[in-house]
Design a protein around this ligand. Sequence first.
Ligand SMILES: NC(=O)c1ccc[n+]([C@@H]2O[C@H](COP(=O)([O-])OP(=O)(O)OC[C@H]3O[C@@H](n4cnc5c(N)ncnc54)[C@H](OP(=O)(O)O)[C@@H]3O)[C@@H](O)[C@H]2O)c1
Length: 345
Amino acid sequence: MTMMNQRVLLTARPSGIPQAEHFTIATAPVPEPGDGEFLVRNCYLGVEPAQRGWASAVANYSQPVPLGSPMRGFGAGVVIASRHEDAKVGDRLVGLFGWQSHALSRGDDVINRIEGREHKLSAYLGVLGISGITAYFGLLDIGRPKAGETVLVSTAAGAVGSAVGQIARLKGCRTIGIAGGPVKAAICRDEFRFDEALDYKAAGFEERLAAACGAGVDVYYDNTSGRISDAVLAHLNVGARVVICGTASVASWDPWPQGPRVERRLLVKRASMAGFLVTDYAARYAEAIAQLSRWVASGELRYREEVLDGIESAPDAIAGLYRGENLGRRVIRLCDESEVAAGRA
Ligand SMILES: NC(=O)c1ccc[n+]([C@@H]2O[C@H](COP(=O)([O-])OP(=O)(O)OC[C@H]3O[C@@H](n4cnc5c(N)ncnc54)[C@H](OP(=O)(O)O)[C@@H]3O)[C@@H](O)[C@H]2O)c1
């Protein structure tokens, strides 16, 4: 029987956040690897806020996903056939394999060849994957936190934010997390050990923020932009560093949103603000993964993941992130590694 590839195609162009109706699930025969290619069976797919940008018509740091193609996305899976000298059947890989059950690769879309069995495969999409790596380099290279400083992060209960807070804590910083709703704020405090956690959706956010930031903010790791940033930027310390990592609160860039002018705040506090893109650090991913793996193994770095079951959950999954539904790193489970090994998937 012909093996079928289940694919989540981008079939309509969203003007803002991609919704379920912008995708179609379709099947096609699984391709055979040619010379220099191998075939990956994706066990997990990652769901990224960045997929909003990838689905839009506007080229940003990467080209728009062509209509009718599988949605660009990370996958974690196992090599099931290979005509590539560096990939053998059974290898566990993470890469930009697309939202599909089976992906042909020449190796250039691989971001990690997983060694060892200490951590579960799905973790390599999150805390030991693009989320953890983003937190690691964004905080340490751009934020440059020093012991005793205050580090504040938005989307603090999420995949990147929770790792930022904990890495800052490991560096001896005081940590403040901002998240949406009382459940997420409690998770930030109790599970991710933030010194302070603030629910930005509850009344009196600006006043509570001012109280929590009594000593000022030295590093603001900004995952949201918008009204959270407008409030936080009023509390920068002299020499503060602002890491612009994400803009989760901005629903659309057309029309371009207007906000408070930040120049005066940066000038008065001699603060700096820098954009950060994790792919600029591709040559150093292994260094981050090694350190993150040690922290996870020792229990110093905790993580949460939220597993959606089956490819049918993919079309609505990005919109769900922007509704703030996810409690932890959102991934989609397609099959277990054991099923692949047994030839059942
Ligand atoms: N620059 C890079 O290279 C890079 C790489 C990876 C990720 N990122 C960025 O890092 C950020 C976090 O990504 P993640 O993968 O860890 O996702 P995540 O935090 O696990 O999930 C996204 C979260 O965004 C928050 N959010 C959604 N709409 C919002 C709104 N209107 N206002 C405020 N918050 C809102 C929600 O948290 P609440 O319920 O708490 O609001 C939601 O759970 C995103 O901005 C992403 O684009 C950047």
